[in-house]
Design a binder for this molecule. Structure first.
Ligand code: 13P
Ligand code: SF4
Length: 330
């Protein structure tokens, strides 16, 4: 039996659901029971009856499942960390808040919204302050809802997502430390970003438009605002997949998001919007061997925590769950 067959056999025998984000390597992606964008994965994993969730993705995604369903045992074959999520922790969050307080913007006049790409501890801080979580597929609605509070939005950690949705809602945004006046802004963004999505540039768009005048450009909202402005379509991973699926076969499209996902979209007429291969290094860490090893561990069904099990402190679960549930309510 080869490794894939061994994995499939173990999966049948065990009370486990394998979950994989679109950015996973093909061989891992293909054997998952559930695929999706970060919002879909959190929802679907929460609604399974399995005792064990084997989550192939990055740390914040596994943590979100654990926060939403603390009774489940969530294991990650590799506890890979999203580089953007690591750009903010609770101390940086508080420091940024203090900087705003120091220029006269009070905490009670701010409603924090955190992109789901953040630690459970940051989500908890946001929940405690009356704020909520958003993902790339629902940020528009969540920000709109947040504005009903009459407060400014303090958006963490992705400055690009904050700026892009501010533009689409006709709002003013600023990034902490960029020299602009936060008093003028409706959305104040923390200065985080995704290094993978920074690879796409306006020059790449021009290159493809010069080469194929009818080509469409579709990008993820983690791309730079200049890239999103120049694109024909901006959407989350699931929204990009749907957009491309609905195109006529002969319509060329250049896509600005992670390589593994773009590569399996369509056989023809689909291009990667960058001359540098946009691979998310941490998403790519998970291999079939890791999945196999984790299933073998689950086979023991031990009570003690596993080496790569997601454990979230109870005090963090409480408020992180509130922040996630506020998102689901919207
Ligand atoms: P999605 O929510 O669109 O799946 O995005 C997650 C992500 O990390 C993109 O880089
Ligand atoms: Fe994080 Fe960027 Fe990787 Fe998405 S592509 S998981 S934002 S590092």
């Amino acid at each position: 039996m080869n490794l894939k067959e061994e994995i499939l056999k173990l999966k049948e025998q065990l009370d486990v659901t394998i979950v994989a984000h679109f950015y996973q390597r093909d061989e891992v992606f293909e054997l998952a029971d559930i695929n999706g964008d970060s919002l879909e994965l959190a929802k679907k994993a929460m609604n399974t009856s399995s005792k064990y969730i084997l989550f192939c993705g990055v740390g914040f995604m596994g943590e979100s499942v654990k926060v939403l369903s603390p009774q489940k045992r969530v294991l990650m074959p590799k506890i890979a960390c999203c580089a953007m999520a690591r750009m903010i922790d609770v101390d940086y969050f508080d420091e940024s808040l203090k900087k705003l307080n120091d220029v006269g913007i009070k905490s009670e006049d701010l409603l924090p919204i955190t992109y789901i790409n953040s630690s459970a501890a940051v989500k908890a801080r946001v929940g405690e302050m009356g704020g909520m979580v958003c993902t790339s597929s629902n940020a528009y609605k969540i920000i709109q809802k947040g504005l009903e509070s009459g407060k400014k939005i303090f958006f963490v950690p992705d400055r690009c997502l904050g700026q892009n949705f501010a533009k689409s809602l006709n709002l003013k945004s600023t990034v902490i430390g960029d020299g602009t006046d936060p008093h003028e802004a409706d959305i104040i963004c923390y200065d985080g970003f995704c290094s993978v999505h920074q690879l796409f540039s306006v020059e790449d768009i021009e290159f493809y438009r010069n080469k194929f005048p009818d080509i469409l450009i579709a990008v993820h909202p983690e791309c730079d605002p200049r890239v999103c402005d120049a694109a024909d379509f901006v959407g989350s991973t699931s929204q990009l997949i749907q957009f491309i699926k609905d195109l006529p076969q002969d319509q060329k499209v250049a896509v600005g998001t992670e390589y593994n996902m773009v590569n399996r979209l369509r056989e023809k007429n689909t291009y990667i919007l960058s001359s540098t291969k946009p691979e998310c290094p941490t998403m790519n860490e998970t291999t079939l061997e890791d999945v196999y090893r984790t299933l073998k561990a689950i086979e023991k069904d031990q009570d003690e925590p596993y080496e790569n099990e997601i454990i979230v402190d109870e005090s963090v679960v409480k408020w992180a769950k509130v922040a996630l549930q506020r998102m689901f309510e919207v």
